[in-house]
Design a protein around this ligand. Structure first.
Ligand code: PGA
Length: 251
């Protein structure tokens, strides 16, 4: 059985004071939630805050981006080993906002994925189609291409130490969630794609759904066979909503 994971993606939100209140409430609430994994992916400057507040709690933490480079003259970049210094367990790679707003292509995403793994951090690899792509009937083609880029570069065994997140672009921050059936269909496709290379790895890899997950729709999404939790944007900024989503993932 795959243990469910609910990861918050704070994006570029928060400040020291509001984060502290949010982290306090999440850490306290997680004491009463069992049988699932919980994490928050915070902006870089708040990693020390997450580390000091969350160490020795049930909540893991991580970052939202990482450099593909190990070190050097890369102004503004943050390396995987720097994330390790602040106790990161996870890092999001290939989020659609980074792909579209910051020009990250499949090979950059694969390089970031490998940089994270090289430092022992679990990458959360995001894939997902735009509305136009869905309406053109090429959803499978798009997500398979995004997944294959990483499988080709890193090898299928790498998926044993990673998480996949299916995030349809049209569902992110729009309030328009994929139906559980729509999400399950793509999750099954992704798992089958990994299974073509290694069935054992495919059975173990967690595939999260992301895109307007809320307290009210989490349980029906998480009930699907291939949905192993969620990557949560907006609702991860409201402690009670985030905790309700974590509760829906309890084993
Ligand atoms: P959302 O974002 O939950 O606000 O739709 C999800 C994400 O972008 O990871």
């Amino acid at each position: 059985m795959r243990r469910k994971l609910v990861a918050g993606n704070w994006k570029m939100h928060g400040n020291l004071a509001s984060n502290q209140a949010l982290l306090d409430t999440i850490a306290a609430g997680m004491k009463r939630i069992q049988g699932m994994d919980c994490a928050v992916c915070v902006p870089f400057p708040y990693l020390p805050q997450a580390q000091s507040r969350l160490q020795r709690t049930e909540v893991a933490w991580g970052a939202q981006n990482v450099s593909p480079h190990a070190q050097g003259a890369f102004t503004g970049e943050v390396s995987a080993s720097m994330l390790v210094d602040f106790g990161c367990r996870f890092v999001i790679v290939g989020h659609s906002e980074r792909r579209t707003l910051f020009g990250e292509d499949d090979s950059t995403v694969a390089a970031k994925f490998m940089a994270a793994q090289g430092s022992g951090i679990l990458p959360i690899l995001c894939v997902g189609e735009t509305l136009q792509e869905r309406e053109s009937g090429i959803t499978a083609q798009v997500v398979n291409r995004q997944l294959d880029a990483v499988l080709d570069a890193a090898g299928v065994a790498a998926m044993a130490k990673a998480v996949i997140a299916y995030e349809p672009v049209w569902a992110i921050g729009t309030g328009r969630t994929a139906t559980p059936e729509q999400a399950q269909e793509v999750h099954a496709l992704l798992r089958a794609r990994v299974s073509d290379r290694d069935p054992g790895v495919a059975r173990g890899v967690r595939i999260l759904y992301g895109g307007s997950v809320k307290a009210g729709n989490a349980a029906e999404l998480f009930a699907k066979a291939d949905i192993d939790g969620g990557l949560i944007g907006g609702a991860s900024l409201v402690a009670d909503d985030f905790l309700a989503i974590c509760r829906a993932a309890q084993g």
